[in-house]
Write a protein that binds this ligand. Structure first.
Ligand code: HEM
Length: 372
């Protein structure tokens, strides 16, 4: 069900809005796409209105921007700082943030209510089509209880779903956007991926079994994530007093690790600033970095990204379909897109002069899949 959602939603975008080529705000479009995909796997069995889904991406973006502003503002202080202006004070920022959370809450609570009703009236999803919400509800009904013996309430369900929604939507959209930028900046690489996709897929849509055969595409994704990791900072809180190199760290201190800096450090990486997907191919030296912790796009240790497999599959499928269909370039006169460090590392805001989210999807290469 998840793979089917990834493919069919991508085809809708590629053969719909993008079909005739042009300049697009790809960051916006990919945000919508990844929202649809992650929503399908979380609660795809519920009839979620298109209007509601369209509100999810912007609400998440607004909430992330809010946290980034709070975390970086000298005046307000850090989110964890006791001096921070409390959320209930009706500053414009707080009002926008609270209304975004309210939007997300309304959508998620509605879906939980609908699903509880459907399950209690005997409507079941077949096993292969079960989304995460059904699995959570069924595990609750069958055996799962909290340590104190109580079953999972709507608030806990909402928290689980919201974590996946927020963690899985924007990161993937950003990764896809940077991938398109990297393709635009590296025509030789783009052409190699196109050739590989043509060879492996012919004119059919990619399946689960095709993805491992797209070796160069995978190498390209790892390399894009090396130079532009969507999660450019990962935090850890010291549970006890410890030392780190020359530093004493007290219990309760938050330590920030930056995959962005780590991935560009010449101490660990040869030709650190060069974009070279080939380093990830057999014979290249990059894969050792996954073992020695100098490559952290999905974090590390027991709290590393639980959605890594999902994300790698999603990014590979979306790119395979897109590259098979279009040639990607920057709009005429556009300068090289710059990263904007918010909670995630996304392309600069589209309201700024250079809309770096726009990538020309030009000269459709071939109508695929019998859709056009
Ligand atoms: C390219 C896309 C993605 C990137 C770059 C990414 C990156 C990350 C990173 C760096 C972390 C923190 C890990 C740590 O602290 O060590 C994380 C956590 C998490 N991610 Fe992802 N992620 C992506 C996609 C997804 C997707 C698609 C999902 C779900 C469908 C997801 C679900 C989660 C969850 C639930 C956590 C929290 C895990 C925990 O705290 O135990 N992520 N992700």
């Amino acid at each position: 069900m998840i793979l089917q959602a990834m493919v069919s939603r991508t085809v809708e975008l590629v053969e719909g809005k993008w079909s005739n080529g042009g300049v697009f705000d790809v960051y916006g479009d990919l945000n919508e796409l990844t929202t649809l995909i992650v929503a399908s796997s979380l609660f795809g069995g519920t009839r979620t209105g298109a209007e509601d889904i369209a509100k999810v991406g912007p609400a998440i973006t607004a909430a992330f921007e809010y946290f980034a502003r709070r975390a970086t503002s000298m005046f307000i202080g850090s989110v964890a700082n006791d001096d921070a202006v409390p959320e209930w004070v009706p500053t414009p920022d707080n009002v926008l943030y609270l209304s975004s959370v309210e939007t997300l809450d309304r959508i998620v609570y509605d879906i939980i209510a609908q699903r509880r009703k459907a399950l209690s009236s005997g409507l079941q999803q077949n096993t292969s089509a079960k989304d995460l919400l059904t699995r959570l509800l069924e595990s609750v009904d069958l055996q799962a209880t909290d340590e104190d013996g109580s079953s999972m309430d709507d608030r806990s369900l909402r928290d689980e779903l919201m974590t996946f929604l927020v963690a899985g939507q924007e990161t993937s959209a950003i990764q896809l956007t940077w991938s398109l930028v990297m393709l635009a900046l590296n025509p030789r690489v783009q052409s190699a991926i196109f050739t590989e996709c043509t060879h492996v897929l012919g004119s059919k849509l990619p399946t689960y079994d095709d993805v491992p055969k797209l070796r160069y595409l995978e190498a390209f994704i790892w390399e894009s994530m090396r130079l532009q990791p969507p999660a450019y900072i990962v935090g850890r809180c010291a549970s006890e007093d410890t030392t780190l190199g020359d530093f004493d760290i007290n219990a309760g201190t938050t330590v920030l690790v930056s995959p962005y800096l780590l991935h560009r450090d010449p101490q660990y990486w040869s030709r650190a600033r060069k974009f070279e997907p080939e380093r990830w191919l057999p014979g290249g030296d990059a894969r050792t970095h996954m073992e020695n912790d100098s490559y952290w796009p999905f974090g590390g240790g027991p709290r590393s990204c639980i959605g890594m497999g999902f994300a790698m599959m999603e990014v590979a499928l979306v790119l395979a379909i897109t590259v098979s269909r279009f040639e990607i370039g920057l709009p005429a006169g556009a300068s090289v897109p710059k990263p904007q460090a918010m909670i995630t590392l996304r392309p600069e805001n589209e309201s700024q002069f250079m809309n770096i989210s726009s990538v020309i999807i030009k000269s459709p290469r071939q109508p695929l899949y019998g859709m056009k």
